[in-house]
Design a binder for this molecule. Structure first.
Ligand code: ADP
Ligand code: MG
Length: 240
C-alpha cells in the first residue's frame, strides 16, 4: 500500500529526512515513534503530499506521489490524515464538517453525503451531534469528528499524527478505541504516537525514527523488549 525509497526532505539547507526507506502492507498498522524533531510529522506530511520530497520515491495507494504528473488532489482522497490539532471548521456543524469534502471534492449529492456522514458518526460514537458546532464538543469528541471527516472521503490509507497528544488524559482512550476499531476492520494505518499501549495492542510494526532516519523497526513485542540500538534503548527508557 505504501512504498518509500530513499526519501529525502530539506527545508533550505536543513536536511530533515535523510533517506527513509520502508513499506507498509495493505491492512498493516505501523506505529512511528521517535524524539521530538526527528522528522515524524515531516515524513507523514510527505506521504500525503502536504510536503514535496526533495528526492526519493513514494508510492501510495497505487499512485506515485513523487511523479510530477500525479494529481495531488486525487491522492489526498485516498490518503486520509488526522492531526494533533483537529482543525475542524468552527463555523460549520459537525454534519457539515464531514460532508463538505465529499460534496465539494467528490461531488457526492447532499442526501448521500449526509447518509454516509451519519453512518460515520455512529461508527465514532457521536450519534446526535450532527447539528452541534465544534466548540460545543469536547476535545475527544472533536478528534472523533476529525476521524469521521477523513473517513468520509473513502481513503485507502489513514495517517495519524499524534492524534491524542492535545487531549486531556480522560479523552485519550475514546479516540484510541475508535482507531483500534478501524484497525480491526482492516484499514491500513500509519500512526505517530507515544501511546505504547496502543502500539503494543494494535500495531503490527513499530518504526523508531531518529534524526531523519529510521534507526530500527520491528514488531512491538520485539522492539520494546529487546531494542538493538542504544538510541532506541534510551528513548524507550524515557517513555515506557
Ligand atoms: P517531529 O514530528 O518528529 O517532532 P518534525 O517533522 O515536525 O519532527 O520536524 C523536524 C524538523 O523539521 C524540526 O527541526 C522542524 O523545525 C523542521 N521543520 C518542520 N517543518 C518545517 C518547515 N515547514 N520549514 C522549516 N523547517 C521545518
Ligand atoms: Mg510531529
Amino acid at each position: 500500500m505504501i512504498n518509500v525509497r530513499d526519501l529525502h526532505k530539506s527545508f533550505g539547507d536543513n536536511e530533515i529526512l535523510k533517506g527513509i526507506s520502508t513499506h507498509v502492507e495493505e491492512k498493516e498498522v505501523v506505529v512511528v515513534i521517535g524524539p521530538s524533531g526527528s522528522g515524524k510529522s515531516t515524513f507523514l506530511r510527505c506521504l500525503n503530499g502536504l510536503e514535496t520530497a526533495t528526492s526519493g520515491e513514494i508510492e501510495i495507494a497505487g499512485m506515485t506521489l513523487t511523479d510530477p504528473k500525479t494529481n495531488i488532489h486525487k491522492l489526498r482522497q485516498h490518503v486520509g490524515m488526522v492531526f494533533q490539532q483537529f482543525n475542524l471548521f468552527k463555523h460549520l456543524t459537525i454534519l457539515e464538517n464531514i460532508t463538505i469534502g465529499p460534496r465539494k471534492v467528490k461531488k457526492i449529492p447532499a442526501a448521500e453525503a449526509n447518509r454516509i456522514a451519519r453512518e460515520l458518526l455512529a461508527k465514532v460514537g457521536l450519534v446526535g451531534k450532527e447539528a452541534n458546532y465544534p466548540d460545543e464538543l469536547s476535545g475527544g469528541q472533536q478528534q472523533r469528528v476529525a476521524i469521521a471527516r477523513a473517513l468520509a472521503m473513502g481513503p485507502n490509507v489513514m495517517l495519524f499524527d499524534e492524534p491524542t497528544s492535545a487531549l486531556d488524559p480522560e479523552m485519550v482512550g475514546e479516540v484510541l478505541q475508535v482507531m483500534k476499531a478501524l484497525a480491526v476492520e482492516g484499514m491500513t494505518m500509519v500512526v505517530v504516537t507515544h501511546e505504547m499501549g496502543f502500539a503494543r495492542e494494535v500495531g503490527h510494526r513499530v518504526v523508531f525514527m531518529d534524526d531523519g532516519l529510521i534507526l530500527e523497526e520491528g514488531p512491538p513485542s520485539e522492539l520494546f523488549s529487546n531494542p538493538q540500538r542504544n538510541r532506541t534503548k534510551s528513548f524507550l527508557a524515557k517513555i515506557l
